[in-house]
Design a protein around this ligand. Structure first.
Ligand code: CP3
Length: 327
């Protein structure tokens, strides 16, 4: 087993840092597109053999140091008793309003196929498997409104008009997310990542009220290392530095500057658009990042956000092989 990722999460990695990519099991891979033409996204997420096959793709094709479960942050909607579809992004039915949150269920059995996917993967993977969930605030935005158009209008309207019921909704999502993470851990994931893609739209005050406390509770509830991805985390390092978890950072703050502000394990932080540049530039920027964190026992090389669709696979390979010292 290649344990580099776990060593970095435990702050004792030696030699080169581990490398993986957010959204590594996705649309830029031709092998994924072949399956995607045959099946809907929901079929891919809820059919253990297919989800396991896609999870393995970047390991076999690119040689990353960690696998991330092929699933989506919005599968918890199914356990809440809502209908989930993917039309460009996740769409739930019915969209939530304050009057219907008492009717939500908490049926984690609906997520059993995902546990089965993990069980299929664990015996054969030679790298750690990461589980994940969405942070309650980000999941709430997709439960309240269809993204697109005037993003977050309904979410903010609810949050400002009825903060108590908004908190109640977040508590429901938090409870189901903790249960879901525990299922993943019991099935064998070695670490988990929390994705908070939209917390950055909140004021600092509301971030502290609606997001930060739930990070703490989720991290305390699980017994494996946690990585927190929050878009724009650099602007909240004062609050995030105190959490007992690793931080996934985007490219707005240089890694070595973040290192001066916290001892936590740091993950990141190249811009996914870099992969559209010529390969020598991909290599140069990767080496620059590695040099800036050289010898750091608590560093994980990654992007600052997910790999984009249409990313040239050669650029992703160049990035990974540069980190591994192969090229
Ligand atoms: O990282 C991985 O490779 C594991 C799988 C994974 C998916 N979604 C599969 C997926 C992970 C970790 C996610 C997280 C996720 N899902 C987030 C948080 C991270 C982020 O990107 O901000 C969010 C906000 C979602 C919600 C979601 N799911 C959106 C907005 C979309 C559509 C647009 C997009 O980003 O692709 C999805 C669909 C989805 N989830 C796809 C994949 C591979 C697209 C697949 C396809 O269209 O074939």
């Amino acid at each position: 087993m290649d344990l580099k990722l776990l060593h970095s999460l435990n702050q004792k990695n030696q030699g080169r840092p581990p490398v993986w990519l957010m959204r590594q099991a996705g649309r830029y891979l031709p092998e994924y597109q072949v399956l995607r033409k045959k099946y809907s996204l929901k079929e891919l997420f809820f059919t253990p053999e297919l989800a396991a096959e896609i999870t393995r793709m970047p390991i076999d094709l690119l040689g990353v140091d960690a696998a991330i479960l092929f699933s989506d942050i919005m599968v918890v909607a199914v356990a809440l008793g809502l209908k989930l579809d993917f039309v460009e992004g996740p769409v739930v039915q019915p969209l939530l309003t304050p009057s219907i949150i008492d009717g939500l269920c908490c049926d984690l059995e609906k997520l059993e196929p995902i546990v089965k996917t993990i069980e299929l993967l664990i015996p054969e993977l030679k790298v750690p498997l990461l589980g994940f969930c969405g942070a309650p605030f980000t999941v709430a935005t997709y439960l309240i409104e269809k993204h697109g158009g005037e993003k977050f209008f309904e979410t903010k309207k609810w949050l400002y008009s009825s903060p108590k019921s908004f908190e109640k909704l977040l508590e429901r999502i938090e409870k189901i997310s903790i249960g879901y993470l525990k299922m993943q851990i019991e099935a064998g994931v070695g670490a988990v990542q929390i994705f908070d893609s939209w917390a950055n739209i909140l004021s600092k005050e509301d971030f502290r009220k609606f997001c930060l406390p739930s990070y703490k509770r989720i991290i305390e509830a699980v017994n494996v290392p946690v990585i927190l991805f929050m878009r724009g985390a650099g602007a909240h390092l004062d609050d995030l530095a105190g959490l007992p978890c690793a931080l996934s950072l985007d490219w707005q703050m240089p890694m070595h500057e973040a290192r001066l502000k916290t001892k936590q394990t740091l993950q990141g932080n190249l811009d996914p658009d870099l992969f559209f540049a010529p390969l020598p530039i991909v290599k140069e920027k990767t080496i620059e990042l590695m040099k800036s964190m050289q010898g750091d026992p608590s560093f994980i090389v990654n992007l600052g956000h997910g790999v984009k669709p249409n990313t040239p696979v050669d650029a992703v390979r160049c990035f990974i092989e540069t980190v591994k010292g192969i090229i």
